[in-house]
Design a protein around this ligand. Structure first.
Ligand code: ASP
Length: 582
């Protein structure tokens, strides 16, 4: 037997017991004639004591132990005279009588403790060492608990976990595919799934009724902060359901996870239409931990010879509570913030509602105090508040105002990681028009059903068609999304037409789906949650990387195994590939 106990479990009640522990040397300190070693395993840290007076030979051997050596020790549990209240095992220590070195270790490249001196790149390169740190490990433990609780919740509701293939052909979810060359079929390629979308729909045609899978998905997207080319979804699909059934089951799952993981009972989730989300927050994933919703004041600004507002399609404001005392410098910072190229506003107008009730603005030349008071009244502002105004083309300006709102929320400390606000955003538009390519794209994916009452609009005003689609948003992040699907081959054909597919293209890419729909497809719908994002929100992490055991870095590389990498010419030949221009 390697050990009788783990390094995390011994307490004062075990006093006098002889135990055997095994683990890694986190730290060794000499103190007079004694050597103290912090022994670490997955479960915790236990203090070992080697005493020169009791066993000099043993103590000499202990003096040679280095950081991260793997050892096995036997000794007696003693109550500590100097207790450590920060450690669950802090009341005891082990007076060691036997030491067995199981493996020596090189000096690790960074300190393997909660506080580490290792930079990001170094820790990624030695991820297996980084994973020994308790705080990193805790994220993976949380992830495991969430995945486990998800399986149990769905299993209790008769969902079946079914695996779908990883080597498939392209599924259009709006990103690029990763492709895999085929050795046995020269010139042909598999694609890695962006999601199991088509397979889960086919499983519904097969009659499985309720499916889920915790599954890796792959999207070759341009690199953006906090994106991983491979990520995990909790992917689900149900038959004979309407939107309401799906929202209810998966609101239940979300509440269940919060209950289990955080011990929080969440109230019912509010629902917000896409149109309202855009109008009030300028975002389809609003952070509702704080208010500061948009107020439109275009009508109140007109006719005062302020050309900038007069010529703008939209004039919108947010009211930052208690910020009237912002200094010139702070206001300049905000102006610079909205003028950054990523945000792209031309400028920022402000109105200070001073504590004495007077109003001071950056547009005093054009607007009288009475004019400004009307803006303030509409915004529900109080003395001490600051009104921030942006203008321009409606959609663009709403997006800019959304960024400003989030920035103000952060500055005012209103985006507390320990607070959770969930909501459903519903009634998304079915289609999105791409001005450059002059064609419609599916906002969710091409299998999403239009709202039945909007189907006639597909011919006359496709942009106005609303979808039976919904997103779960938590603290301003899209954690899940799904839709009721089209299950009628005629309507699916029509959808491909609207999306600009020729009959042949649609047949070549999705013939199997439309065929399947001719053999009794039940009404169905589903949803997928991004597990990585969900875990990182629960754990209060800044990056999804921190809850993935072996993540890629921000440029999509695995620094540890050095992927992607070149391959040998023979391998290329075998795959019938040649490399140009590299
Ligand atoms: N396949 C979709 C996605 O990955 C989710 C769904 O519609 O169920 O976003």
């Amino acid at each position: 037997m390697y050990r009788t106990n783990t390094c995390g479990e011994l307490r004062a009640a075990a006093k006098g017991q002889t135990v055997t522990l095994a683990g890694w040397v986190q730290k060794a300190r000499k103190f007079g004639g004694m050597i103290f070693v912090d022994l670490r395993d997955r479960y915790g840290i236990t203090q070992l004591v080697f005493n020169q007076e009791i066993n000099a030979e043993l103590c000499d051997r202990a003096a040679k132990l280095g950081r991260e050596w793997v050892i096995q020790v036997t000794g007696v549990v003693e109550e500590r005279s100097n207790k450590n209240p920060n450690l669950p095992t802090g009341d005891i220590e082990i007076i060691v009588s036997q030491l067995n070195v199981l493996n020596a270790s090189e000096t690790p490249p960074f300190t393997i403790e909660e506080e580490t001196d290792g930079g990001d790149d170094l820790r990624m390169k030695y991820r297996y060492l980084d994973l020994r740190r308790a705080n990193v490990r805790a994220n993976l433990e949380l992830r495991h608990r969430m995945a486990f609780a998800t399986r149990s919740y769905l299993n209790d509701r008769r969902f079946m976990e079914i695996e779908t293939p990883v080597l498939i052909s392209s599924t259009p979810e709006g990103a690029r595919d990763f492709v895999v060359p085929s050795r046995v079929h020269p010139g042909e390629f598999y694609a890695l799934p962006q999601s199991p979308q088509l397979f889960k729909q086919l499983l519904m045609v097969s009659g499985f009724d309720r499916y889920f899978q915790i599954v890796k998905c792959f999207r070759d997207e341009d690199l953006r902060a906090d994106r991983q080319p491979e990520f995990t979804q909790i992917d689900c699909e149900m038959s004979f359901v309407q939107q309401e059934d799906i929202l209810s089951i998966f609101e239940g799952l979300t509440k269940h996870l919060f209950q289990i993981v955080k011990g929080i009972e969440l109230p019912d989730f509010p629902r917000l239409s896409y149109a309202d989300a855009m109008r009030l927050y300028g975002s389809d994933k609003p952070d509702t931990r704080f208010g500061m919703t948009f107020v439109e004041i275009k009508d109140l600004t007109e006719g005062k010879n302020f050309g900038v507002f007069d010529s703008a399609e939209y004039v919108g404001a947010i009211c930052a509570p208690g910020c009237a005392a912002y200094t010139r410098k702070q206001l300049d910072e905000l102006t610079d913030f909205v003028k950054r190229p990523q945000i792209g506003a031309k400028g920022l107008v402000y109105v200070r509602y001073e504590a004495d009730g007077s109003l001071k603005s950056s547009v005093d030349k054009f607007y009288s105090p009475e004019d400004l008071q009307r803006w303030m009244d509409r915004a529900g502002a109080k003395p001490g508040d600051l009104l921030l105004v942006l203008c321009g083309e409606t959609e663009k300006t709403q997006k800019q105002l959304s960024e400003l709102r989030l920035e103000m929320g952060a500055r005012l400390g209103l985006r507390d990681k320990n607070q959770f606000q969930c909501l459903w955003v519903v009634d998304f538009p079915l289609l999105e028009y791409d001005e450059e390519l002059k064609r419609y794209f599916a906002k969710h994916h091409p299998f999403t059903s239009p709202k039945p009452e909007d189907i006639p609009l597909l011919d006359t005003d496709p942009g106005a068609v609303r979808a039976n689609a919904y997103d779960l948003v938590i603290n301003g992040s899209e954690v899940g999304g799904g839709s009721i699907r089209i299950h009628d081959s005629g309507l699916q054909k029509k959808m491909f037409q609207v999306l600009g597919f020729s009959e042949e293209q649609a047949q070549a890419q999705f013939g199997f789906l439309m065929n399947a729909f001719q053999y009794g497809a039940p009404p169905h719908g589903g949803i997928a949650f991004g597990l990585d994002r969900f875990v990182s929100i629960m754990a209060g992490l800044d990056s999804i990387r921190d809850c993935i055991a072996f993540p890629k870095n921000n440029s999509g590389k695995d620094m540890m195994i050095d992927a992607p990498s070149t391959i040998a010419q023979e391998q290329l030949d075998e795959l019938h590939l040649s490399i140009r221009n590299v």
